[in-house]
Design a protein around this ligand. Structure first.
Ligand SMILES: C[S@@+](CC[C@H](N)C(=O)[O-])C[C@H]1O[C@@H](n2cnc3c(N)ncnc32)[C@H](O)[C@@H]1O
Length: 241
């Protein structure tokens, strides 16, 4: 019995790994996250059972809880041949993949992890923004904005680090987070890039500054890059999604 914890990448099916595509083509059951691009499910055989198990940021009423997802994985892991747990981006980057591995291990079910292309790095890259760049930033910090400034993230320390910050799940709290970073020492004029729905037909990019971040319109899912690299906007010619 093996459950395959597979990263689906940020959206574009071209960013799936070969191992992910191979497993999807053989799957009997696919337990899929809300943010996984629907084009990727075209890789799944018509006979497979597809179970939607999405979480909706701040809306518990339209979310499947982590406990229910874990139970689903254990239930199908004990009975089906090939169960793929398909998660957006990389399963181990702010995706609670580790908790799913623990639940499966407790039930005596083996897990194979197939890393995916994380939105945290790929979405900026596709907008011509390298998260590190000699002379601008030698480090990158990926951080969840889900709990805003009331959670356990020390935003002043992050401001002092001097690394590029990549914020996920930060749309709702973006104004508060920007203010906390400015209080922590980042210049209000610090460059910011926000990309909604990266690598999908709905992609939208906005460049702004830290002081303006709270005032611009943004919708989730969105990757927000804070730091001098965000202003680079290298000229690249990626194909449209
Ligand atoms: C629960 S986290 C999961 C991250 C995922 N494990 C990864 O590695 O990309 C979900 C957040 O990732 C970001 N995200 C995921 N896919 C995205 C996309 N295609 N475009 C922009 N942001 C995305 C958004 O910040 C979203 O709220």
């Amino acid at each position: 019995m093996t459950v395959y914890l597979v990263g689906a990448g940020p959206g574009d099916p071209g960013l799936l790994t070969r191992r992910a595509a191979e497993l999807l083509a053989m799957a009997d059951v696919v337990v899929v996250d809300r943010l996984v691009d629907r084009r990727i499910l075209e890789e799944v055989p018509a006979t497979a059972l597809i179970i939607e198990a999405g979480k909706h940021g701040h809306d518990p009423s339209s979310s499947t809880t982590q406990e229910v997802i874990n139970d689903l994985l254990v239930k199908h892991g004990l009975t089906a041949q090939i169960v793929v747990r398909l998660k957006g981006g990389d399963p181990f980057v702010l995706g609670r993949g580790g908790e799913e591995v623990q639940a499966l291990a407790e039930a005596g079910i083996d897990v194979e992890v197939v890393p995916g292309v994380s939105s945290a790095l790929a979405v900026p890259a596709l907008a011509g923004v390298p998260v590190t760049h000699r002379g601008l930033s030698q480090a990158v910090t990926i951080v969840s904005g889900h709990n805003g400034v009331t959670g356990d993230v020390n935003w002043s320390s992050l401001a002092a680090l001097g690394s590029t910050l990549v914020l996920l799940m930060a749309v709702a709290a973006r104004g508060d987070i920007a203010a906390a970073l400015i209080r922590g020492g980042l210049a209000p004029s610090t460059d910011v890039l926000a990309v909604e729905w990266g690598s999908t037909p709905s992609e939208r990019r906005v460049t702004t500054s830290l002081s303006e971040l709270g005032t611009i319109e943004l919708v989730a899912p969105c990757v927000i890059v804070v730091g001098p690299v965000a202003g680079l906007g290298l000229s690249i010619s990626n194909r449209p999604w």
